[in-house]
Design a binder for this molecule. Structure first.
Ligand code: MG
Length: 389
């Protein structure tokens, strides 16, 4: 089977998709299907059933599974193919280093950092949807990418919008970034109301259909906090120059203000296939199956201030990037542990922000950001949060 498939797609662009069974990963494969891209490798955490289906359609050379039990499962499922199977974090890094035209990194959480570094070292161009990579190791990633002359194109819709807005303007100074936020399902709630929300409420996002972790992050506004840090890293601007603006319709995906007062932004329907495809085809644009924007149908676009006090995660993220060093890693690791506990019904919604705040107070931050200090601090922050649950 793989031999037949590779003969068919021999002249096509090759992609490796990390996190292919997630929301961004699946949509990347929809884009690949439409344009006939060849798939070099796929990876998933534990969804053996779905990755088998994807592997049978796209015939990759490699499939990597993180979870031990799911790995044993996929070995049986794909026993009739020549697909090479890889396992765990090591397998993920090995796959990321396999030569391809673009590596789409859409894994969830800071587990995405090491494969990002492996891909840069191998000279693979990256489409980055894994924001935690930039949050915890942004300095390492951008420095290594510069050294190896590797392009990293953002896939997060806001950062793709900023990236598109500064195209042709790279010599001009950015005065301000307007980072738009949908506000999530609890926009306008006060602290008292937030104490009563349920998991079901938190998992209902008004505009975007996404994975569970990012949906919870959107409800706490931590997602916007992580994106603020991601924007500082991607575009090298000071945190104070990034204004978070709540825009309920998710039509303006973010904007940039230049020194002369001109504001350039990118608009479109909220559909992640647009930034995914643009990362792959950049600097070209190609036809897409995405819906078209009708401004007159929408009628009104609204913009409001974000409440950084009630939604403390956003304020904490701003504080973490100002402190620098491994403070963003403490913020992110504590959040990953707290969100996991929330999804397992171990803590209520409002405790997520409280636990992140406590971790930032109690866990000692390191000045030097290296892979070893990042992994050390991750462990400290995770253990701290787990001890409070
Ligand atoms: Mg986003």
């Amino acid at each position: 089977m793989p031999g037949f498939c590779s003969a068919l797609f021999v002249f096509m662009k090759t992609l490796t998709v990390l996190g292919s069974t997630g929301s961004i990963g699946s949509q990347t494969l929809e884009v690949a299907r439409m344009h006939g891209y060849r798939i070099k490798g796929l990876s998933a955490n534990n969804n053996a059933r779905l990755i088998e289906k994807q592997a049978r359609e796209f015939c990759p050379e490699f499939v990597c599974i993180n979870d031990e039990k799911a790995f044993n499962d996929i070995k049986i499922r794909l026993a009739d193919t020549d697909i090479k199977l890889l396992k765990g974090r090591e397998g993920l890094c090995e796959l990321a280093a396999e030569k391809c035209d673009m590596l789409i990194n859409s894994v969830v959480g800071m587990i995405g950092l090491e494969p990002t570094l492996a891909a840069i070292n191998a000279g693979n161009r990256i489409g980055l949807a894994n924001k935690e990579t930039m949050v915890v190791g942004g300095e390492l990633v951008t420095a290594l990418a510069k050294e190896k002359n590797v392009e990293i194109i953002p896939i997060d819709s806001e950062h793709s919008a900023i990236f598109q807005s500064i195209m042709g303007n790279t010599d001009n100074k950015i005065e301000r970034i307007i980072l738009t936020a949908s506000g999530g399902p609890f926009f306008g709630y006060n602290s008292e109301q937030l104490r009563r929300v349920t998991k079901e409420n938190a998992l209902k996002h008004p505009n975007w259909s996404m994975g569970k972790k990012i949906t919870v992050d959107s409800a706490t506004l931590m997602n916007k906090g992580l994106e603020l840090i991601e924007a500082v890293r991607f575009f090298d601007v000071a945190p104070d120059k990034i204004e978070v603006v709540v825009h309920r319709q998710s039509i303006l995906h973010s904007a940039v203000e230049f020194e002369d007062g001109a504001v350039i932004g990118q608009l479109g329907v909220p559909d992640m296939k647009i930034p995914i495809q643009f990362a792959i085809t950049y600097p070209k644009r190609m036809k897409s199956l995405s819906g078209r924007l009708s401004l007159t149908d929408i009628g009104t676009l609204t913009f409001e201030k974000a409440d950084e006090e009630t939604f403390c995660c956003l304020g904490l993220a701003r504080e973490a990037i100002k402190r620098g060093g491994t403070a963003p890693c403490i913020l992110n690791s504590a959040n990953e542990a707290a969100v996991a506990a929330f999804l397992e019904d171990k803590i209520p919604f409002y405790r997520i922000g409280e636990l992140v705040g406590e971790a930032m107070e109690k866990v000692k931050s390191e000045k030097t950001v290296s892979l070893s200090t990042i992994l050390y601090v991750e462990n400290e922050a995770t253990q701290f949060v787990n001890s409070k649950i």
